[in-house]
Design a protein around this ligand. Structure first.
Ligand code: SF4
Ligand code: SF4
Length: 414
């Protein structure tokens, strides 16, 4: 087992002059207001993208002293990036927000909750993080972890995705494009069944899959929280993925894929696995006609962050299920990386507005499918808090394409 820490170097110091230029790019048109979940929730201009940009700019220009208002409204932002998609002036809101949050954390103006600080420190040690979550994996595997905490699933407990992929590659020897899979830290430690399904789907579609065992966290958690360490993680992953001869790196988590895409730009393309499969027309699953209805939700970091138009319809058709986009599929679910921990009341209200349709949705069973494990956890909380009162399943879209047992390796660990 590799228990090394990803070694620390100096973290990036935000370039204030560059940020001031970016702040000046807002033309105050207000097109972003209606898509912003916190503006919709409060009707408060300061709680909108335009309002936050104005507060930051006034501080940067020295027209506003460091103000608790600015700190409060900065902390209220979900980080969904819907404002970027709506903006005709291409204001890079996400980049500005990350810099401001990092500055606020460094100056002590915003202190992420202890749980977030602990998690950010722990994921620098991927193998130990995996070990620490071993009991939780076992509890999920055995079905003993109450589903109000995490959505149901049966992850393999000991075997890593890297080992599994190597075994499956030797058995099936696909000859198509060669990709590396970003396994993600929480995904690999807790939701490994989704990584295993991803490997099976890729190999069934003749894609060569490598899973570097020494890959590190993508850095999304540090970006969301404003904590130090993102440059170290980026440097590490540039080395790990940059040394491989690849057609692409694929990710099954929209947020992780966005973060790694920034890291590997100019090195190797980082693709969302569903978008990648859409281009090679995945093998279709055959289903008996039944009452199952799949409602598809689109993660913010896929459509606003990675600027994907959505999840390809040929991929969704290939699941064999009757599917449709969830109402408000393009709206934020309120998760926002760390927002559901920092601002649980707002987060739940945003989710309530989005998820109530499930109470009366057609289908038996009803499946909510998306492509980001953090969104899956957020949807699961709708069940836990009683927003959605009827039973429904939560699935990653890749799991609906999974050939499952027909492609498993022999002697998989139980
Ligand atoms: S990132 Fe989302 S919550 Fe934050 S200002 Fe933009 S639209 Fe609003
Ligand atoms: S849409 Fe863009 S330019 Fe217009 S107010 Fe919002 S951030 Fe500024």
């Amino acid at each position: 087992m590799n228990t090394h820490a990803i070694q620390s170097t100096d973290d990036a110091v935000p370039d204030n002059a560059h940020r001031d230029d970016l702040l000046a790019s807002c033309v105050h048109c207000g097109f972003c207001l209606e898509v912003c979940p916190t503006y919709t929730l409060t009707g408060d201009e300061n709680n909108s993208p335009r309002g936050r940009l104005r507060l930051w700019r006034e501080e940067a220009d020295g027209r506003l002293k460091q103000d608790p208002w600015t700190d409060f409204y900065t902390s209220e932002c979900v980080g969904c990036l819907a404002c970027e998609s709506a903006c005709p002036a291409n204001v890079p809101y996400g980049e500005i927000f990350e810099q401001v949050r990092h500055t606020h954390v460094a100056a002590g103006r915003f202190k992420p909750k202890r749980m977030i600080r602990l998690a950010a420190a722990a994921i620098r040690y991927p193998a130990l993080f995996n070990l620490a979550l071993l009991p939780a994996r076992i509890l999920r595997r055995t079905g003993l972890l109450p589903h109000r905490f995490v959505f149901p699933g049966r992850p393999v407990v000991l075997k890593s995705t890297s080992t599994y992929a190597r075994e499956l590659m030797q058995q099936h020897r696909p000859q198509g494009p060669r990709v590396a899979l970003l396994t993600g830290c929480l995904m690999e430690a807790l939701f490994r069944e989704i990584n295993f399904a991803t490997v099976r789907v890729l190999i069934e579609n003749n894609v060569q899959v490598v899973v570097p065992p020494d890959q590190g966290c993508c850095g999304a958690f540090q970006e969301h929280s404003g904590l130090d360490g993102v440059d170290v993680l980026r440097q590490h992953n540039r080395k790990i993925f940059g040394e491989l001869k690849l057609d692409a790196v694929v990710s099954n988590s929209a947020g992780c894929g966005l973060a790694l895409g920034k890291t590997l730009k100019d090195q190797v393309p980082v693709r969302d696995v569903l978008g990648f499969l859409g281009e090679i027309q995945p093998v279709c699953r055959r289903r008996n006609p039944d009452e199952t209805r799949v409602y598809v939700d689109l993660p913010c970091h896929l459509i606003h962050g990675q600027k994907a138009s959505g999840i390809p319809s040929n991929v969704l058709d290939a699941t064999g299920y009757r599917w449709e986009l969830a109402p408000a599929a393009r709206d934020c679910c309120g998760s926002g990386g760390i927002y559901n921990i920092e601002k649980p009341a707002n987060s739940q209200e945003i989710l309530r507005r989005k998820s109530e349709f499930l109470n009366t949705a057609e289908g038996n069973p009803v499946v909510l499918a998306t492509s980001n494990h953090v969104c899956m956890m957020q949807w699961n909380s709708a069940r836990a808090t009683g927003i959605v009162k009827r039973p429904f399943k939560i699935s990653h879209v890749i799991q609906l394409l999974d050939p499952g047992e027909s492609l498993t390796v022999r002697n998989s660990d139980p």
